[in-house]
Design a protein around this ligand. Structure first.
Ligand SMILES: C[S@@+](CC[C@H](N)C(=O)[O-])C[C@H]1O[C@@H](n2cnc3c(N)ncnc32)[C@H](O)[C@@H]1O
Ligand SMILES: [Zn+2]
Length: 282
């Protein structure tokens, strides 16, 4: 699949289009952002940062990278790719942004699944520098950015697809950057997702029977599908990686974490919803 350069970046300070100049992105007002040696660009101005090291830590990123590399969420990628690809295939370059991309697993895998004849330009951003760095180290083709969903450094009406995978949607920003015919692909855990792990951690867990699609202002849900399957972790380290990459790693009590630490294997349920939203125009 041909991968084109992603050319829809915008200055995070004034929203003007960014143009590539040697190893930097530059706006007409003279703001300049150097691409780091490892291949990512920092587009998160200090006034948009709410803490010194926002987003997932290096340890969380490394745990997620090991867990995802083992293929446990491959059926999730396959469903995303199926709902993401347009029919008929586009004739021009298809612009895709993964907002909250983590260590880049989904864009890497997605590029292996889309049809050979489809041209894409891919960008992934995350507020966590360790996540973006890990993504850039593993795949040089997409444009990788340290940036925030709250102020996407992307031009208005420039995206065909916006992926938000186990992430934090900001509806107004997402609506701003999508083309009128573009689509938001929102991926969220279902009520049974990792139910067994949560039961061990909290002893009592809520499982609503009717999962409801999140309401996103300015969007209309047009399609939804889910994957549900079992997978088996057979090493204590793999169970710890799963715990570490989820919010449960720091949310659960010490007793809950101690119960999980005693396990050397665990059978788990994956239940994931993929929802396609169209922006309401006007
Ligand atoms: C649960 S992880 C999912 C990562 C990736 N989508 C995946 O599924 O492998 C959520 C990610 O969102 C990032 N994040 C948190 N707040 C963010 C924000 N305001 N803008 C962009 N990314 C954010 C975190 O650093 C983290 O990498
Ligand atoms: Zn600027």
């Amino acid at each position: 699949m041909p991968i084109d350069a992603f050319d829809a970046l915008a200055c995070p300070l004034d929203g003007e289009a960014l143009h590539r100049h040697d190893n930097a992105w530059v706006c007409p007002q003279g703001h300049s952002y150097d691409q780091a040696r490892q291949g990512y660009t920092h587009l998160l101005p200090v006034q948009h940062k709410r803490s010194k090291e926002p987003g997932d830590s290096k340890a969380m990123v490394e745990a997620r990278q090991r867990f995802l590399a083992a293929g446990h969420y491959q059926p999730v990628v396959e469903l995303i790719a199926r709902l993401c690809c347009p029919n008929p295939l586009p004739e021009t370059t298809f612009n895709i942004l993964d907002a909250g991309c983590g260590e880049g697993y989904y864009l890497r895998e997605f590029s292996l699944l889309v049809p050979e004849s489809m041209r894409v330009a891919m960008a992934g951003l995350d507020i966590s520098k360790p996540a973006t760095l890990a993504a850039a180290k593993q795949d040089k083709r997409p444009t990788w950015l340290v940036a925030s969903n709250a102020h996407l450094p992307v031009q208005d009406a420039s995206l065909d697809r916006l992926l938000c995978i186990f992430g934090f949607p900001v509806a107004s920003e997402f609506a701003r950057v999508l083309k009128p015919e573009g689509r938001l692909i929102q991926v969220d855990p279902g009520p049974m997702h990792l139910h067994e792990l949560r039961t061990l951690l909290y002893q009592q867990v809520e499982t609503e029977l009717e999962p409801k699609a999140p309401d996103l202002d300015g969007f209309r849900l047009v399609e939804e599908d889910e994957v549900s399957y079992r997978f088996h972790l057979t090493r204590a380290d793999d169970i710890q990686d799963l715990l570490m990459m989820t919010p449960h790693g720091h949310r659960a009590s010490a007793e809950g974490r101690a119960r999980v630490a005693q396990l050397s294997e665990l059978e788990l349920t994956a239940e994931v919803f993929v929802r396609v939203y169209e922006p309401l125009v006007g």
